[in-house]
Design a protein around this ligand. Sequence first.
Ligand code: GUN
Length: 295
Amino acid sequence: MAASVIDGKAAAAGIRARVAAQVPGFVAAAGRRPGLAVVLVGEDPASQVYVRSKGKATREAGMESFEHRLSPEVSQDELLALVERLNSDEAVDGILVQLPLPAHVDEQAVIAAIDPDKDVDGFHVVNAGRLAVGLPALVPCTPFGCLHLLKQQCGSLSGLEAVVIGRSNIVGKPMAQLLLAENCTVTIAHSRTRDLPEVVRRADIVVAAVGRPEMVKGDWLKPGATVIDVGINRLPTDDGKGRLVGDVDFASASAVAGAITPVPGGVGPMTIAMLLRNTLVAAHGRAGLEAPEDL
Ligand code: GUN
């Protein structure tokens, strides 16, 4: 039986609608709109597309969007000075510095400069640490979106075997923490893992976040597994436009899995939805208001 296809677009639209519905209450209580500042350094086409859609989604949710576009030659000090200005700007609840940054900029130093209470990406060590020890934290948007899809699909995740492929700070590591907090038995696999297909085969839940087009094949999967594909890879095509594929070979995997996210239309839309949610949560925290429960 073919797997059911998990509709990330619909799930994201639901979250965005819930966030937007909470904004007027915040405005009434705080006397201002929640504000998200997005910083883009350089002209990477993919980053430009992401930043444009983040700004649009922010405005559509009734929040203020502040966009800062900097030259690829910007110095580390100039970038840090901008982050400091945003940290002390009362109108800014969330700060997102789009990654990757140019090679001459120390990414970790920039992330460390962001006020953890405004770190809507959840990349600051304070938020990573809070997540690891089970304290309330701003959680990285992509794994948070994956978790939402998994809970929507599976209900309770308690006791399930989860294999996360990829160990990045942005996806793999926080994803593993989130699954552990849901009482999954978690394995983090990566490029040095021995016999990856065999490791993946024991998983009830597979999260693929390695950036290798169509790497995970159907015969790696336990029948009925739930597969979350975080990959976004563009393969060349004859017409020059390219074709987007994930880290999972959808054709073979969907014949074995119980449920699977498509690319595009799976995890991608969830990232922006969770960014808006994090911004609203950060805004409530900064205004001394209780964050609404039903986000
Ligand atoms: N680049 C790719 N994904 C992300 C993300 O979630 N946040 C930021 N800031 N940059 C990214």
